[in-house]
Design a protein around this ligand. Structure first.
Ligand code: FE2
Length: 258
């Protein structure tokens, strides 16, 4: 039989551990017959309580994942509604998200960050939902000042639309900053260099590449080699050199879709 005073101290130490959130199985040892009866009883009750708390936490985590998934689906549907308004936008978000995720994987950014890149890529142009109708008409008309103002505002609008979705975390900033340039001549805030998060730089490269290689009102889609050359020309001024290098290598090695 264990010394009751020692057993009590052991029990208190384990309860403190559990209270701190470290669910240890050590409590089960104290339910053995070598421990005094009252210690066994308390240990059994604490063990049971621990199991119930763990089960509830697991349930809450699942619930959070479901809510996150549903919220994401809702927002994605809104983003797809944009595709219905502007045929040229159809599929653009998905492709940019897929490219951005691949670059993230190639840069060893970790699963959570790669998931953020995919989501941010998918939603990066959601602010265009705020464009006035004339932005989607008269394709060959050069945009006037008011139209330019709308174009320059869409990353901010996108940020404002998504700001309530806590689970987006840093991805919100990637949407906000996807048209910023390293030399500070981007929009909407004119950020430069280190002020632009890596995630936004990755989305920017993927966005440019997809815009060049797919059909647009003002141009026919061009082959990847042309896009690589254009990315190279604005690398270091508009786009991040390392990201461009990584993107080109990824597409050269694994193709447009992988
Ligand atoms: Fe955009």
């Amino acid at each position: 039989m264990k010394d009751p005073r020692k057993a009590r101290r052991q029990l208190i130490a384990i309860i403190k551990e559990i209270a701190a959130g470290n669910y240890t199985d050590d409590i089960m040892e104290l339910t053995g017959p070598q421990y005094p009866d009252e210690i066994q009883e308390v240990a059994e009750a604490v063990g049971m309580m621990m199991v119930k708390i763990e089960a509830r936490e697991f349930h809450l985590e699942q619930l959070y994942e479901t809510i996150k998934h549903n919220a994401l689906r809702t927002v994605t549907s809104i983003a797809q509604a944009l595709g219905a308004r502007d045929l040229y936008t159809e599929g653009h978000g998905e492709r940019v998200g897929a490219y951005a995720e691949r670059v993230g994987r190639r840069m060893d950014l970790g699963d959570r960050e790669c998931e953020r890149l995919r989501v941010a890529g998918m939603l990066h142009d959601i602010g265009k939902i705020g464009f006035s109708d004339r932005m989607f008409q008269n394709d060959d008309m050069a945009p006037d000042e008011a139209m330019m103002q709308e174009i320059r505002s869409h990353p901010q609008w996108g940020h404002d639309i998504l700001a309530g979705l806590d689970f987006l975390g840093p991805a919100l900033e990637y949407v906000h900053a996807h048209h910023e340039r390293l030399d500070g001549r981007g929009y909407p805030r004119g950020l430069c260099d280190g002020q632009i998060p890596l995630g936004a730089r990755i989305i920017a490269v993927a966005d440019c590449f997809d815009a060049i290689t797919t059909d647009r009102p003002y141009q026919k889609g061009r082959p990847p080699e042309d896009a690589f050359r254009i990315l190279g020309e604005i690398s270091g001024t508009a786009l991040d050199e390392k990201v461009v290098e990584c993107f080109v290598r990824e597409v050269e090695e694994n193709g447009l879709e992988s």
